[in-house]
Ligand binder design. Structure first.
Ligand code: NAD
Ligand code: MG
Length: 359
């Protein structure tokens, strides 16, 4: 068992990382204060793990909401199902919501918890690699709008995060790779030593070696916890977690949510951010090449989709939240493990990099 704590004063919470903790209620039942519990999951994950979870909650008054699977359903309209179920079952302010699923379920359940009766408690049980290393930690919650991803949301921290490594066994190869995009991100932005460790261990990780996975999830959560503890509401440094995400969000929006997975779009976006960092002469070309090579070894795309053009990219990137005074704010690297948030890249130079990447 590996534990760490996200230090946010009175909103601090533990992150438990171990195989089998889903079935170890003795460890985590103390994070549920009241008797009412509402589990939010989806129609892929519920058949696999809902019964195991409910078996630990036999003393509680439990209801459940099974959402349709997929990023396309991460909408306000679908979120209503959670509120309908909570109200129909007379859940009060002492209820605890439990997110059992990937990042979509986690973001939606967290946002429902932020909104229901102006805020109730919730627990994250991330089941995808991406959710374990990224979305379940840090308190960002929300849903998509047709005009932009994650445009409707709130900051709302969970009571605890339970990462049960056993559940990764049922994750598809494609989704596993998508999670690796965020894993590699931490090495690039803030942990050069971890990046080197990933290069050494990429084959074992892709084979889902349990020990290696446990170490990787821990290192990612540790890095994320450190960044979030410094800047919970993304006034500054937290934005480095968005490496590749401004380009990536443009790809996701252009291609339609779900056609390119978030992690895939982030991988292609990261390759663009690395190229831009090199173009500005901030990053050595060999470091960028190592980043791209590792993403490729993780089975990820490193080129933007062939059907997007520069105007589309720039327009969609401009709609991303990371825009200040008409200049794109981007996360770029000034070294391995050293990211900066900058608006110094001109539209002209971004255009050159996009064209060079075949856009
Ligand atoms: P996802 O939730 O859609 O899960 C991916 C797929 O894997 C789904 O089909 C899901 O049902 C399935 N799945 C999940 N766990 C499984 C398991 N153990 N076994 C079998 N199938 C399983 O996508 P994701 O990649 O987990 O998360 C992406 C979402 O997370 C995006 O909406 C993104 O915006 C959000 N996100 C949020 C934050 C944040 O800070 N809140 C950070 C990063 C990403
Ligand atoms: Mg992300």
């Amino acid at each position: 068992m590996k534990n760490l704590e996200l230090d946010l004063g009175e909103r601090s919470y533990p992150i438990f990382i171990a195989p089998g903790i889903l079935a170890d209620g003795a460890l985590w039942l103390k994070y549920i204060a009241g008797s009412q519990v509402c589990i939010v999951s989806n129609d892929t994950i519920a058949p696999l793990y809902l019964a195991d979870l409910k078996a630990q909650l036999s003393e509680k008054n439990v209801c459940e909401v099974i959402l349709p699977d997929g990023e396309a359903h991460k909408t306000l309209a679908v979120l209503e199902q959670v509120f309908d179920t909570l109200l129909a079952n007379n859940h009060n302010r002492s209820t605890t919501l439990i997110a059992l699923g990937g990042g979509v379920v986690g973001d939606m359940c967290g946002f429902a918890a932020a909104c229901y009766q102006r805020g109730v408690q919730f627990i994250q049980i991330p089941t995808s690699l991406l959710a374990m290393v990224d979305s379940s930690v840090g308190g960002k919650t929300g849903v998509n709008h047709p005009l932009g991803k994650n445009m409707i949301g709130a900051f709302h921290q969970p009571n605890c995060v339970l990462a049960d490594l056993n559940v990764l066994k049922t994750l598809s190869d494609r989704e596993f790779s998508a999670g690796m995009a965020e894993v590699i991100k931490y090495g690039l932005i803030c942990d050069a030593e971890f990046f080197g460790w990933l290069e050494q261990n990429i084959a074992g990780l892709m084979a889902r070696d349990a020990e290696l996975l446990s170490e990787a999830v821990y290192r990612c959560c540790e890095n994320k916890a450190t960044v979030v503890a410094e800047d919970e509401r993304e006034g500054g440094r937290r934005a480095i977690l968005n490496l590749g995400h401004t380009f990536g969000h443009a790809i996701e929006t252009a291609e339609g949510y779900g056609n390119w997975l978030h992690g895939e779009a982030v991988a292609a976006g990261t390759a663009l951010a690395l190229a831009l960092s090199v173009k500005l002469a901030w990053l050595a070309p060999d470091v960028a090449a190592r980043g791209v090579a590792l993403l490729e070894q993780a089975g990820l795309p490193v080129e933007p989709p062939s059907n997007m053009n520069v105007d589309q990219f720039l327009q969609l990137m401009g709609r991303d939240k990371k825009v200040v005074d008409g200049r794109l704010r981007l996360v770029l690297l000034v070294g391995l493990g050293e990211a900066v948030v900058t608006s110094e890249a001109s539209i002209e130079i971004i255009t050159e990099v996009l064209l060079a990447a075949g856009v």
